[in-house]
Design a protein around this ligand. Structure first.
Ligand SMILES: [Zn+2]
Length: 95
């Protein structure tokens, strides 16, 4: 019923920008798992990716780069926030 053809076509659609790409990363492939792609997507993009949902499980290199940049930004901000909190705690905050 042409289901294989559809599945293959879906494999090249990026989950995040919904555009067709020749080269994509499989979210649940070896590389996708190593990079924690599904975790990063749900954490930073408020999109729920599940292995059982019917949507594409692939993302393009552009979106992967954006996701990685977002992750780096969050790591830097979290570190800064913790640093500021620990400094503020040390000063006693005037109480
Ligand atoms: Zn994309």
């Amino acid at each position: 019923m042409g289901s294989l053809e559809r599945a293959m076509l879906c494999g090249f659609i990026c989950r995040l920008c919904s555009e067709m790409h020749r080269v994509v990363l499989h979210i649940y492939g070896d590389e996708g798992i190593r990079l924690c792609v599904s975790e990063k997507i749900s954490r930073y993009l408020s999109i729920n990716v599940s292995q059982s949902d019917p949507l594409p499980k692939t993302i393009c290199s552009n979106c992967l780069e954006r996701l990685e940049n977002q992750h780096k930004l969050m790591v830097v901000m979290e570190r800064a926030s913790n640093l500021l909190k620990s400094r503020q705690g040390g000063q006693g905050c005037g109480h």
